[in-house]
Design a protein around this ligand. Sequence first.
Ligand code: ZN
Length: 575
Amino acid sequence: MADENTNNGSLEGAAPAFAAGGDAGENSAAFAPGKRGSLPRTSATKMAEQLREQVAALLKTEVEELGNVGTPDGDWALVTANKLDEKRLLELYSTVSGIEILDEDEPGDILVFPELTFDFLSSNNCLPLVWDSEKAVLAIANPYDAGRIAMLWKNMFFLDARFVLARRAYIERYISSLYDNAGTDSENGKDSDSEQALRDLAREAPIVRLVNDIFNRAQEMFASDIHVEPAETEVLIRFRIDGLLQTVMRPPKSQYAAIASRIKLLAGMNIAERRLPQDGRIELAGATPIDVRVSTVPCMHGESIVLRLLQKDSAIFDLDKVGLLPDNRAALESMFNMPHGMILVVGPTGSGKTTTLYCIMAVLNADYRKIITIEDPVEYQMEGLTQIHVKSQIGLTFASGLRAIVRQDPDVILVGEIRDRETAEIAIHAALTGHLVLSTLHTNDAAGAVTRLVEMGVEGFLISSSLLGIVSQRLVRRICPKCGGTGKSVEEPGRRCRNCMGSGYRGRIAIFELMQINDELRAAINAHKDTTELTAIARRHGMRTLREDGDLKVAQHLTTESEVTRVCMLDLENI
Ligand SMILES: [Zn+2]
C-alpha cells in the first residue's frame, strides 16, 4: 500500500523541482482527461546527470562505469542488453524531468498533421497526440530533446508544446503508420526480392522493435495466437484473446515485407520463399519461456502469417481451474483413477480438449506411472511424459505409433486424436488389455462419440466394454474477477479495468457434459441405440447438458448468458 502511494505521488508530478510549476492547472486541461503534459524545466545536461546517478544506484555500479548512459543511445543500450526494463527507464525519465508517462491503454484517436513529415518526426522521436490552435501535446521517447523540440514548436507554430513520455516502439509505430504511407512502396518494390535486401530489412532497428513489441503485447494480453494479415494498403495485426480475434495494430503496407521477413528469419524459414506455405518455430525467452509455432500461407496481398503461442509452463495445467463443478470433478476423477479403460474428450477444434487432457496428465504424472503420448503436434511439453510427434510423411502415424507404444510397457496412453478405425481399434485394444487410454474425437456431444466410433466401423461391444466415460466441452470467457465484468477500473474511476482491458472478461473456463458409462448405457450401446436414446439414459442418471452446466456457471457469476449462448450457437452451425 505504502509503495503504491509513493508511486502515485511521483506520477502526479510531486517532484517539485521539475514539475511544470504554475502551469500545472492549465496542463491538466491541455490534455485528455487524467493525463497531463508538461514542459521540462531542467536542462538536458542536468537530467542526464541525475539519470546516470539513478541508473548507477539501480544497477549497483559506479556512475563512471556507465559509459554513454545519459544519452538516448546509451540509455537504449541498457534496454537492449536487458539490464533495464523500458518501462523502468520511462519512470526514471519521468522522475528526472517531471514529464509524465503516457497511458498507452487509452491512446485515443491519433491524427495525422500534414505539416509534419515522417523524417522530422522520426529523427526527433516525437509524435503529436493533440495539436490545435491552443495547445500541442507531444509524445517523446526521452526527455533530453524536450527543450529543443519545445523551442522548435514555439518558433515554427507559436505554441508552447507540452510533453508526455512514451515507449520508443509506440512512437515509431504511430509515426510509421500515420506518416509513412507515401513513397516507400516503390522503394520496397525495387530490390526487395533479393534475399539480402529482405535480410537487411528484417534487421532494421525499428522493425526489430516493432516485432518485439508485437510479441510483448501478445504476452501481456494473454493472446494465444498472433495473426499477421497483409491487405491492400495496410497490415492487420490481430490477436486471439480468450478465443476471439481482435485487431491491435495496423502498420502500413510499406512495412509488411520487413515484418514478414523479420518473423520468417526468427522462425528459421526460407526468407526468399514467398510462394509456398512454410512452417517454423520461435523460442521466446523470458520469465515464462514461450514456444511459438509459425506458419505462412501465400494469399492475395502477400503471405498470411499465423503465430501460435504455446506456454511451456506446465503450472497452467490445473484440473481445479478448468471449470469442473464438484460433482463432475468427482465423476471424472473416478474415471481416470481406473487402472484401465478409455476416456474420450470431445468437442470442436479450440474447445480446450487438449488442455483438459493435460490437466488429467498433470494429476496422473507420477514416478510410478509410465505415460506416453502420441500427438499431432505435441502442443505442450510436460516433464515425466514420453511424448511422440506424429510424422505421417515418414510413416509414423497415430496407428503405427500406437502399436509401438503398447510394446513400451505404458500405464497411461494419450492419443491426440482418433481419426480412423485402425487407430480406434488399437486404442480400444490397449484399453482392454490393462492400459488407461485417453483421446479426443471431433463430435458435438458426448453421446455422439459413440455413434462416431460405430460409423468408423468399431464393434459396439468393443466400445461398451472399454469406455469409461466421455467428456464433451466448450470454452466460455470467464467474467473478470477484478471488475466483476463491468470492464471499468475499481481503483481508478473513469478508466477501464487493466486486468481485462475493458472487455469484462479475463481467461476462459469450460462448460461440460460428462457421460459416465454405466451398465444401462453399456447395454444400450450393445443394442445400437442412437444418440438421442443414449443421451436420455445418461440424463436420467444425472448428466447435465452443456447448456445446463453453463447456466449453473452463469448463476455463479463465472460467465455470462451471452457467452453460453454464443458457444452453444456455434454447435448448431457446425452440424
Ligand atoms: Zn476487468
